[in-house]
Design a protein around this ligand. Structure first.
Ligand code: ATP
Length: 452
């Protein structure tokens, strides 16, 4: 069954739900575009229609699309070919222009990307084709790039705007859905339309009508932040709530444990403090074990230990100071980078698989790690991982180096024909026998992640 977010992706800018001002701005820009016009920078939370709007724009204007990942090292060469000197106003298919969509423009933090921002700036300055940059976080965008573009804010979508769209989907699917169920989904989506469509899809599986009871919204979950979790731990909320919250926050247990530890100073009683530290350190051991074994199911023990353990130690006195990020992060640039890497890996996977990050984290991460270990090169290409992100899975810098080198060689190798898929020789782990023959066959049609 085709996933509904793709099936119901807006085809025209008119079909974009909400964000009227953004849509008008985009139309205006496209209509009056001429060489030298600034690129647009679409920014806003995930799942609010940035990518869809870029595609819909191209369709509405009958422009071809060239979609590239800004953090991908290959991007520069490709854009230069498409957008730079070689491009003329009329392309082969007769379409007047090509819209260059540069996704993940805020994600240029890998080692290989250091020159990336500069390269993108060059491209923007010299491009002869309209460009749209897409970013979740405008602050993550290099200053110089920001200065060259015209920002377009995509706001979170209001629940009342989502409901009619969800109703349309139900109608097309021949699904009877109660107004309460639709409202409940829309309200719990936290402004994320993708998440709303996914929730509807999940509620509809195996049913012909959907009532409120069938909707498993994660209203609180979607809005839970690390601050909610810390406050809940110190105020002594029930265990089940703590576990639920710890799963709902975007951060992984290794980050959460640092947050908890960073706030233990609010405890005044030395005995309680000592017990809380003991729980945190035990939890930390489980986190370590999780990474060493690459067995993410263990995370739940770490999660329970750090939340329930610290709650018991704190004794429900509440937190009466500002909840602060771990002070040690300020001292440790490395941890920040780690977190940035993890965040970007999750974003990429979420986009690739069109699944919410928490689903990936809870259900697929072990599987994906195994896949990456087995076929690193293919995964790097498919997910668009950089060296740091690959190391998130492999924890083996030497192997990462080999894979990235193999990737570079592959890119350098002249392609015989545009359409012919590039042969991928996987890089086996040094200490293991080479991967089996059949796994080395390139998959030209089906890709590694199609089975998700
Ligand atoms: N404004 C919208 N109107 C209609 N459908 C939407 C809208 N926003 C998101 N969707 C639905 O969610 C899916 C994903 O949206 P899209 O990829 O455009 O989001 P995005 O803002 O680019 O998110 P990300 O930053 O994660 O890439 C779409 O295929 C569509 O089904």
């Amino acid at each position: 069954m085709q996933d509904w977010t793709e099936k119901y992706r807006p085809q025209s800018l008119q079909e974009i739900v909400g964000n009227g001002p953004a849509v008008r701005q985009i139309y205006e820009w496209a209509r009056s575009w001429r060489r030298g016009s600034p690129p647009l920078i679409f920014y806003g939370k995930p799942g609010v229609g940035k990518t869809s709007a870029a595609h819909a724009l191209a369709r509405d204007m009958a422009w071809e699309i060239v979609e590239l990942n800004a953090s991908d090292q290959r991007t520069k060469a490709i854009i230069e070919r498409v957008a730079g000197t070689s491009s003329t106003t009329t392309s082969l298919s007769g379409a007047e222009r090509k819209l260059i969509i540069l996704d993940e423009a805020d994600n240029l933090h890998g080692t290989a990307d250091r020159g990336g921002a500069r390269a993108i700036m060059e491209i923007i300055k010299n491009a002869r084709q309209p460009i749209v940059l897409i970013a979740n976080d405008i602050y993550g965008l290099a200053k110089e790039i920001k200065a060259l573009g015209e920002p377009v804010l995509f706001r979170a979508i209001q629940a009342r705007s989502m409901v009619p769209r969800l109703r349309e989907i139900c109608r097309d699917e021949g699904l009877a859905c109660s107004p309460e169920a639709l409202t409940s989904i829309a309200e719990s989506a936290g402004g994320d339309m993708r998440s709303a469509v996914n929730m509807l899809y999940a509620a509809a599986i195996g049913r012909e009508d959907v009532g409120e009871a069938d909707v498993h919204t994660n209203q609180k979950d979607l809005r839970a932040t690390i601050f909610d979790l810390i406050a809940a731990i110190f105020s002594g909320k029930p265990d089940a709530d703590l576990i639920r919250l710890s799963r709902a926050v975007e951060d992984t247990p290794d980050t959460i444990v640092q947050w908890i530890e960073g706030n233990l100073h609010v405890l005044r009683d030395p005995e309680r403090t000592a017990r809380a530290y003991a729980a945190v350190s035990r939890a930390d051991e489980w986190v370590g074990l999780t990474y060493r074994r690459q067995y993410y199911a263990l995370w739940k023990y770490a999660g329970a230990m750090m939340t329930i353990g610290v709650k018991e130690a704190a004794g429900g006195s509440g937190i009466h100071e500002r909840i602060m990020p771990p002070a040690r992060w300020k001292r440790m640039g490395g941890a920040r980078k780690q977190k940035a890497v993890r965040t970007s890996v999750m974003q990429k996977l979420s986009r690739k698989l069109d699944l919410p990050q928490h689903t990936i984290r809870e259900e697929y991460l072990t599987l994906i790690t195994l896949l990456v270990e087995e076929r690193p090169l293919e995964c790097v290409r498919e997910i668009g991982l950089d060296a740091d992100e690959l190391n998130f899975f492999l924890h083996d810098k030497e192997r990462v180096k080999t894979v990235m080198k193999a990737l570079k060689d592959l890119q350098k190798a002249p392609k015989k024909k545009e359409e012919k898929p590039v042969e991928i020789e996987e890089v086996p782990r040094a200490e293991e026998p080479p991967v089996r023959e059949e796994r080395q066959t390139p998959r030209s049609q089906a890709t590694l992640f199609d089975s998700f």
